[in-house]
Design a protein around this ligand. Structure first.
Ligand code: SF4
Length: 329
């Protein structure tokens, strides 16, 4: 596999507060990863962890304050909006809210043909391309005449996928691709994404807080906390034996359908620290059941192991249980 995306030490800074008391906060705080052709990489974390900001930065919708982003051979974080336009043919973004992200006054056929118009592609005939794309996402040609409000959530998401693949991209960034869908429809959409990934050789970045989604589609995953990656690894391995306490807590809150694999629930204090007052030392220490004295003053390095990167002074061994486990199973 060849690398198609290289993200290095990326930071995104926001200015917050009233004019006279402006403060900078780091929404994304030094994130690095590579993505390979045909690979699906999931970024998970609680809401506000910086995952959507990171996705927008990769897509050029959000400027970065440090680091670099390369797509193929090209450095893209220094390009302006106009220069990014041709690249967006090769990098599609699927936004949250399947129905709301479609213009309500346009018929499905026009919505799917819109990327050809935006990118001034004249050698594609919409009357051929629209039925072809509808078929690829499992919809009949008749859907071309419907308006978004006439679609179910799952059908609207399929239309969103058809728009995303219209220009034959190398990479799709999907922000919460199953949000707002019934569980049965979620599975259909995930199967569709997996199928298209294989058939079209796409790479995907999936942004989600839903760990079922991650396990279903992702080859590798990253867990994000307060704008940083705290654990990155092969999805099956991370699910089998999380090494960062935050990953272990997220997984324990994710009910396993197989009772033999059920985990004790690790209850975390609900309060996520403010980005305006990042904790000293390990930024997870105020919520970590394994916290030690050192954690409160010394930030752990993000260490690359054989197959896993973890930012913790004492990464967990398989099956580790918190010192004072609060079982809420
Ligand atoms: Fe917990 Fe300490 Fe590891 Fe941070 S460094 S995750 S506080 S054990």
């Amino acid at each position: 596999m060849s690398g198609i995306l290289e993200v290095r030490d990326v930071e995104v800074t926001f200015e917050v507060g009233p004019l006279m008391r402006r403060r900078s906060i780091l929404g994304v705080a030094g994130v690095s990863f590579d993505l390979h052709a045909g690979e699906t990489f999931a970024i998970v974390g609680e809401s506000g962890s910086g995952k959507t900001t990171l996705a927008r930065a990769i897509n050029g919708l959000q400027g970065i304050s440090a680091g670099s982003i390369r797509f193929g051979e090209e450095r893209i974080d220094t390009l302006g909006g106009r220069a990014m336009k041709p690249l967006r043919r090769r990098m599609s973004m699927m936004f949250q809210d399947p129905v709301g992200s479609l213009s309500p006054r346009m018929k499905v056929g026009n919505l799917i043909a819109e990327p050809f118009r935006i990118h001034e592609i004249v050698d594609k005939n919409p009357s051929v391309e629209v039925p072809r794309l509808l078929s690829l996402v499992g919809l009949t040609p008749e859907f071309a005449d419907r308006y978004p409000h006439q679609l179910s959530g799952g059908q609207a998401r399929r239309v969103g996928v058809a728009r995303a693949i219209a220009l034959n991209p190398a990479l799709i960034i999907a922000d919460e691709p199953t949000a707002g869908l019934d569980v049965s429809v979620q599975g259909e959409v995930l199967n569709l994404l997996n199928d298209l990934r294989e058939r079209l050789g796409l790479a995907m970045i999936i942004i989600t807080h839903n760990l079922h989604v991650v396990h279903h589609v992702a080859d590798r995953m990253a867990v994000m906390y307060l704008g940083r990656f705290v654990e990155v690894g092969d999805t099956d391995e991370v699910f089998r034996a999380p090494r960062h306490p935050y990953t272990a807590a997220l997984l324990s809150a994710n009910p396993e359908p197989d009772p033999d694999k059920a985990r004790d629930r690790i209850a975390l204090p609900a309060e996520v620290p403010s980005l305006l007052a990042r904790p000293a030392g390990c930024e997870f220490h105020s919520r970590c059941p394994w916290v030690a004295a050192r954690c409160k003053s010394e930030a752990p390095e993000f260490v690359q192991g054989r197959t896993r990167r973890v930012a913790c002074h004492t990464p967990l061994e398989p099956g580790a249980r918190p010192p004072e486990l609060e079982v809420t199973q």
